[in-house]
Design a binder for this molecule. Sequence first.
Ligand SMILES: *Cc1c(COP(=O)(O)O)cnc(C)c1O
Length: 432
Amino acid sequence: MKQKRFFLREDEIPSQWYNIQADMPVKPQPMLNPATRQAVKEEDLYPVFARELCRQELDTEHRWFDIPDEVREQYTYYRPTPLVRAYGLEKELDTPAHIYFKNESVSPVGSHKLNSALAQAYYCKKEGVKNVTTETGAGQWGTALSYAARLFGLEAAVYQVRISYEQKPYRRSMMQVFGAQVTPSPSMSTRAGKDILTRTPHHQGSLGTAISEAVELARMTPDCKYTLGSVMSHVALHQTVIGLEAEKQMEMAGEYPDVVIACFGGGSNFGGISFPFMRHVFSGERKTRFVAAEPVACPKLTRGKFGYDFGDEAGYTPLMPMFTLGHDFTPANIHAGGLRYHGAGVIVSQLLKDGYMEAVDIGQHDSFAAGCMFARCEGIIPAPESCHAIAATVAEALKCRESGESKVLLFNLSGHGLVDMSAYDQYIAGNL
Ligand SMILES: *Cc1c(COP(=O)(O)O)cnc(C)c1O
């Protein structure tokens, strides 16, 4: 069977991001200032994030945000990304389902994260910021930010979760190649890090500890802003380029997805591919299902509680209304480092509460089994995170085989796994 890929022209890269908050039937509850319990205002976020990002974060009115030319120019280095019909996988599964995937692994850093890193670095640069800081788990976000910072002439300081720093040395080297300064977290370089290490001397680190340290650095350093690779609403906003392109490409394929699937860490690649399609569900034109695939080891959507919680270990962030496992939750040390965050973004949390999306949890072994099957059929080795989306897609395709329905399935391939081969080694050796 001939491969079918759907390419858009460069001038078809979206010129605007889609703000789903404008269309949500029930808007997310406000973030709260933990001291006053008052709703957080744009200005309250200025010490931490670039101003334009604060505006985007809280905007529930404007449906579209223009993508700055400087950002769109950088998008041309890898966008539009291909939409691919996964004939090989369909055949392997002997399913009547039509399976498509959006290939975000073609970005220079190998994942969707660059879509937001470029935007965040640009807005920081534009308001005169000199340094950006952030946390990274598996290293995907840190890598994307390090590269974006370099493009816009900023210095980047990255706190990497200690266990990943030790177990994923190549991502650390990638960040260093792009010129970033990388510190394992918890570290002794911040008050938050010192407090954590005093309580738990051998703390392996978590996204929560690394966020506390990065936020503290941003607050204490002049001309320095913090950036975040997921969870926040402005990050999901930037990621909607994925779904907006996919919408046009599905049209080229002459089909429309019945089910849209993505893996879920904080919700940015899920929101990115889903939100543009979801707007047609809100308007009553479509009945698409949306499935978020999270790991069994970090099940905030399937087993977390909805409520106000902090975004970080030390409690520096505003309180956010979200599905959460608790801000002091330290997940098991799974390979899908990008899915180990304790909470879900406020938009996706509200959407799950209101029944616009579903969640499934996937075991680590099942995720790698699906990832290997995909690699053998389609020739791309997926990121351990993306394997969760593939496993959920395979489950949907097998349901179609049983029922005989030929549904159209679309999943987001959020990244490739070429820097994660040690994880595959362990799977192959039976050591997971
Ligand atoms: C970070 C990451 C994820 C998870 O983050 P989301 O914000 O939920 O998308 C998924 N896949 C890859 C490849 C990642 O790097």
